[in-house]
Write a protein that binds this ligand. Structure first.
Ligand code: PLP
Length: 409
């Protein structure tokens, strides 16, 4: 683990007095950004994370970036140059991905509700479509004929198992995502009957998984399921996208995913599969894992307020900019993201404070009961682990404050 990542990962609520985001202090970041609130993404940390991930993963894995985790255009452009492909979930993400120069055959398009315009654009550009239902396949076949273009088809499977201990389960049982595995055979026949080929399979089962054994087990089950389909339907040269869902340790006591363990088990599995199967490539698509720890949300204190026995610090931005840190992005229990601050006060005095945003709702809390140095209006507060599902996953229009800046340094 490199020093910068482990520093960010340290979590906790006690300020590290001289916290630096790689080589810059919070006031230097604010000066560069020009104003707060701002999301700051760190190019060096993203590169380190990609290199670290590649170092562990088997050499023959294609590493894709899921744009939905952080669609900031400059950040996507720098990521695109370092990964093997991009995963998109909308027309806008598709255009962003194409604009990076990534070949269309290395861009995949997932999502349960792809509209006609999106499907035609994907077929027109030659993007890999992760087909998620019979109806969607029918529309793709129709548009392919209309455009006289062969669609690039991969079937997304909803397996008959689930992702255990996942922060968000997206497979197993009834799902809007993917084709139930027992129906995949019928769709393969339909594709064949239309003179087309299924180029492979995709399965994305869940997000924010930290248990290496369970991730390895899920990957093995996913590959076994795909291998059975390949055998049963005599497919060759397939590409197998086994999802990702690798988590990051957001909170105190979270343990980082043991990627070495996951990669070792995956490597063993792939060696044995490749012995009897013609696999073109195996893809892992990651969003959060590649970018979450490389971003922070920087805000300034507007007001200090004491209410009865509680001390509050009110920031110039809150849940409207960072829904996840406020605990309102699907979390069952609200927990504090790690916070760092820069106090203008000399000395080592600390106090217990709650950090809230400027919105008129009790939901707008970015840090509850933190032990921090004494902070005054004008001082800076940074919420770490904010590089994924931050800016784009927040309700910026709520209460009509201006949106935060996004800066890649
Ligand atoms: C199909 C698909 N791929 C990739 C991702 C990215 O997940 P994560 O950010 O957890 O890596 C998601 C997230 O919902 C997804 O639905």
């Amino acid at each position: 683990m490199n020093e910068s990542l482990s520093n960010m990962r340290a979590g906790g609520t006690v300020d590290k007095k001289h916290f630096r985001f790689t080589d810059l202090a919070l006031d230097e970041l604010a000066t560069i950004a020009g104003r707060t609130p701002a999301y700051i993404y760190n190019r060096k940390l993203i590169e380190q994370k990609i290199n670290q991930t590649r170092h562990y993963l088997p050499d023959d894995i294609s590493l894709h970036y899921s744009i939905k985790a952080n669609p900031h255009p400059q950040t996507v452009t720098m990521l695109a140059a370092q990964v093997d492909g991009l995963d998109v979930a909308s027309h806008a993400e598709m255009l962003l991905a194409l604009g990076t120069g990534t070949p269309a055959s290395h861009i995949s398009f997932s999502g349960p509700g792809k509209n006609d315009i999106e499907l035609k654009a994907a077929i027109g550009a030659g993007i890999v479509i992760h087909v998620e239902s019979v109806g969607e396949l029918d529309r793709i076949l129709k548009f392919g004929e209309q455009l006289s273009k062969e669609p690039n088809l991969v079937l997304r499977i909803n397996p008959d198992f689930t992702a255990r201990q996942s922060g968000m389960v997206m497979a197993g049982g009834p799902q809007p995502f993917g084709i139930d595995v027992e129906k995949v055979g019928n769709l393969l026949l339909k594709i064949k009957a239309n003179g087309l080929f299924c180029k492979g399979f995709h399965c994305y089962a869940g997000s924010q998984m930290l248990n290496a054994e369970l991730v390895a087990e899920l990957q093995a089950k996913t590959l076994d399921m795909m291998a059975q389909l390949v055998d049963a339907h005599q497919l060759s040269g397939v590409s197998l996208n086994i999802g990702g869902g690798f988590g990051i340790p957001y909170f105190e006591n979270d343990k980082a995913l043991d990627l070495n363990y996951v990669a070792t088990r995956l490597n063993e599995k792939l060696i044995s599969l490749r012995r009897h199967m013609d696999i073109d490539k195996v893809i892992i698509e990651l969003g959060r894992y590649l970018v979450a720890e490389s971003g922070l949300y920087l805000a300034r204190i507007i007001e200090r307020k004491t209410s009865r026995d509680k001390q509050y610090l009110v920031l110039d931005g809150g849940m409207n900019h960072h829904l996840a840190a406020s605990g309102n992005l699907g979390q069952v229990i609200r927990r504090n993201y790690p916070v760092r601050c820069l106090s203008s006060q000399a000395g080592a005095l600390t106090e217990t404070v709650s950090i809230v945003g400027p919105l008129c709702t009790p939901l707008d809390v970015l840090g509850a009961d933190l032990l921090l140095p004494i902070l005054l209006p004008g001082d800076l507060v940074a919420v770490l682990n904010s590089g994924a599902y931050g800016f784009s996953a927040s309700p910026h229009r709520f209460l009509s404050h201006p949106p935060p800046l996004e800066v890649l340094i």
